[in-house]
Write a protein that binds this ligand. Structure first.
Ligand code: APR
Length: 233
């Protein structure tokens, strides 16, 4: 069975009503990235950062996976699929994808602020717990922090993601500006004969000058066209 890796970014969830980061009016326009997505920002103003992630967690309760997420999940009927996502939402899982690697963490999880990557301290929140408070503690007694990879922090899942990309017959990239490394660098691990597809309504600069089949559409329409293309093969 053919193996497909789907690498997704914020544009994957745009049609579900979740803002992207770098488009005009995107999240980083409203909230300076150094304030809400760095360890220094958290140390400077933990309340602001806690409020920011609480709001994003609550938003999860109001949004649904879109057709693009569902078509990605449906690929599993015919291929061995690994989704590698930069998104911290849970929409791929809710659409039915069963193998999802979150490079930048997950909104629905919290962890220790001393040892954020220690699996012992990573905990899934139930929706009733989505509002985290300063003073809530992890198992090691430290302040509970979002299980989110902030800028400047290591990306522990990158190696296993790269292993999957190395074995893939096709890489499908959806809704990412490919600005952020190491995620954007995953494309370099593709086999020389792997097909690379890119679905995005905007022009995206592809690193390493690799040949890419571009579908310049939104996630849902782009996935419809890609499925038709794969059907024809
Ligand atoms: N369908 C598909 N793609 C879309 C859509 C849509 N409906 N709408 C917008 N896009 C595209 C944009 O054209 C852009 O190329 O989604 C991309 C979003 O890019 P970014 O906002 O830069 O998001 P992303 O690439 O996921 O950011 C990577 O940066 O800030 C950090 O940790 C954060 O995971 C994030 C990482």
């Amino acid at each position: 069975m053919k193996k497909i890796v789907v690498l997704t970014g914020a544009g994957m969830s745009a049609e579900s009503g979740i803002s992207t980061f770098r488009d005009a009016g995107g999240l980083w326009d409203k909230y300076p990235v150094e304030d809400v997505a760095t360890p220094e920002g958290y140390r400077r103003n933990p309340q602001l950062v806690t409020d920011f992630y609480n709001a994003r967690r609550m938003q999860l309760l109001t949004v649904e996976p879109n057709e693009g997420h569902r078509l990605v999940a449906a690929l599993e009927e015919r291929y061995e699929v690994t989704v590698v996502t930069q998104n911290v939402d849970n929409l791929h899982e809710r659409a039915g994808s069963t193998h999802v690697i979150h490079l930048h963490g997950e909104l629905t999880k919290v962890t220790s602020s001393l040892e954020p990557n220690n699996p012992q301290y990573i905990r899934e929140l139930s929706p009733e717990e989505y509002e985290v408070h300063l003073g809530d503690c992890a198992e090691d007694g430290s302040q509970l922090r979002p299980y989110i990879v902030w800028f400047g922090e290591e990306v522990p899942a990158i190696e296993v993601a790269a292993d999957h990309v190395m074995q893939a017959d096709a890489l499908i990239i959806i809704g990412t500006s490919l600005n952020v490394y190491p995620a954007a660098g995953l494309i370099q691990f593709t086999k020389s004969d792997a097909q690379i597809y890119l679905i995005d309504p905007a022009e995206v600069r592809v690193p390493y000058g690799l040949p890419v089949h571009v579908i310049k559409k939104g996630a849902s329409q782009g996935m419809r066209e890609l499925v038709a293309l794969l059907d024809g093969e």
